[in-house]
Design a protein. Sequence first.
Length: 339
Amino acid sequence: MKEAMALRLPWIMEKCLKLLSLKKNNPIAPILLQKAVDLLRAGELVAFPTETVYGLGADATNDRAVAKIFATKGRPQFNPLIVHVDSVAMAQRYAVWNAWAEALALAFCPAPLTMILPKLPDSAISHLCCAGGDTVGIRIPNHKDARELIRRSGLPLAAPSANRSGRISPTSAQDVWEELGDSIPLILDGGNCQIGIESTVIDVSGKVPCILRHGFITQSQIEAVLQQPLAKPVLVEGEYKSPGLLTSHYAPTLPLRLNVTHCEANEGLLAFGTPVVKGAGVMLNLSESSNLQEAAAHLFGYLRKLDANPQLKGISVMPIPQEGIGMAINDRLQRAATR
Ligand code: TXA
Ligand code: MG
């Protein structure tokens, strides 16, 4: 505790650093990375950029630090957290590595891919992080600053998306500031996230690998590498194995209508490709050229923008093709539309 206090800067300096770090800053200055390392080692929370969305990071081996993540986000403790590491060697310190993990790591990592693996019996990862279960979600982010933060701190970082539970994931430091600015000591600014949608979660801890959350790395890419079809996620005692499959999630405040063919003047339209739907008060186009990767990168930011517009009573979305990363986009939209 004494150590933690000694590392804390006076309140006003903390605020200044936080604001300083909100300037566009890519790559992140070493002084800020060092400040983040000090905070993480002292059991504090730090928001940091990844290629998918911003994470709310804590030392995954420190129960109290992990508990702060749940409290800050208002996240139910039955929903486990992803552990971010900088290498396969680091992953192997905490999880039972198997042939599927090896093949996926060789093909993709570092990547927007989270692998659910059996936890090593003597793993130092906090039980809270794994929601008391015997598996751990491991990800090696494809973002230099994120990996540098892990390398410098020497810590595996538990990091959910840096938003309040159930809300839209943040894809810029400004988004994190709006979500959690008052409750965390530092936000590292790495600019806008390149991918903009959370990692694919693949469970390789059971008999047949199975996707628990769609993302940038698609089912067919994974099946090609593993040379086998994936299983469908199943309900266990009325609940999915991954609570991240909860139906209502990523929710804007305004109601969302999907696959629209018409729009009211008090609705904001999220268009895709040629905006054939007319009549909306405001329109934002996820990708004029119908590029699904571009659409994914814009999705959460545009949802946030429309949600914050006081003129609007709802958000409507044009159909998005159910292929490749379009599956991940539709997954997020469907859950955002569920109340
Ligand atoms: O791209 C991402 O994955 C981002 C960045 C920050 O890395 N993180 C993220 O974390 O989206 P979060 O907490 O918002 O989503 C993690 C998902 C949840 O659906 C959770 O239920 C699932 O992963 N998960 C984590 N550990 C698991 C485990 N041991 N078993 C099953 N599902 C797990
Ligand atoms: Mg999340």
